[in-house]
Design a protein around this ligand. Structure first.
Ligand code: SF4
Ligand code: SF4
Length: 197
């Protein structure tokens, strides 16, 4: 068994934060009677970059639980994904390529999926310290569902983001300011291996 990248305490904290993100999402989804069931789309082909070492490390803790064959297959899919994204970006297009972790329509590392994956779908909002509020309308199907409604519930992202930022700080306490900023797709995180901390 490989040594976990995160200290057990930090592993517990990020797993707990992820669970609470899921709860906040599920609450709004229930209020809206919204599910992904029957969706003709699969939004795991949306192009996103991710920004924390702590999520990168926790993703790798999931990857380390895969068998060597599963890991090799994942790395092959990640290499294909990276090449397809590079080609799309060279054409000045936003890439639309299925995430290498998606297997037959489902997330292959569901419990380790990143924050952005957990927020996508239902409406959400982000309140800034100055009181300004940014709304995110949710995916196309959710937008169709709530069209014309007056009061639409939303997941408030700010406290969840703040907690993630605190975990990132806790992880990088000794290297604060010495490591490059993270701006990576999941495929890049897979191909690069676990973050070197
Ligand atoms: S990590 Fe999982 S949920 Fe997120 S885009 Fe990839 S397959 Fe989808
Ligand atoms: S989040 Fe929306 S677009 Fe994505 S699978 Fe669910 S219903 Fe479809």
């Amino acid at each position: 068994m490989e040594t976990p990248i995160l200290q057990p305490e930090l592993t517990t904290k990020i797993a707990d934060l992820y669970r609470r993100m899921e709860k906040a999402y599920d609450l709004v989804a229930r209020q809206l009677d919204f599910t992904c069931q029957g969706c003709p789309d699969n939004c795991c082909d949306s192009y996103f970059q991710h920004h924390t070492y702590v999520e990168w490390a926790y993703l790798w803790q999931g990857i380390m639980e895969l068998t060597p064959a599963q890991r090799q297959a994942l790395e092959n899919r990640a290499a294909d994904y990276a090449a397809a994204c590079e080609a799309a970006l060279a054409r000045d297009e936003r890439p639309q390529v299925m995430c290498p972790l998606n297997e037959e329509g489902r997330c292959g590392l569901y419990h380790h999926r990143l924050m952005i994956c957990r927020m996508h779908g239902v409406p959400s909002s982000l309140t800034f310290p100055n009181g300004q509020n940014k709304r995110f309308p949710g995916c196309f199907r959710c937008q169709e569902l709530v069209a014309g409604r007056q009061a639409v519930p939303a997941v408030e992202r700010a406290p969840l983001f703040q907690e993630l930022a605190a975990l990132e700080q806790e992880l990088l306490v000794k290297q604060q300011g010495t490591l490059p900023k993270v701006k990576k797709t999941i495929a890049e995180m897979i191909l690069l291996g676990p973050p070197r901390l």
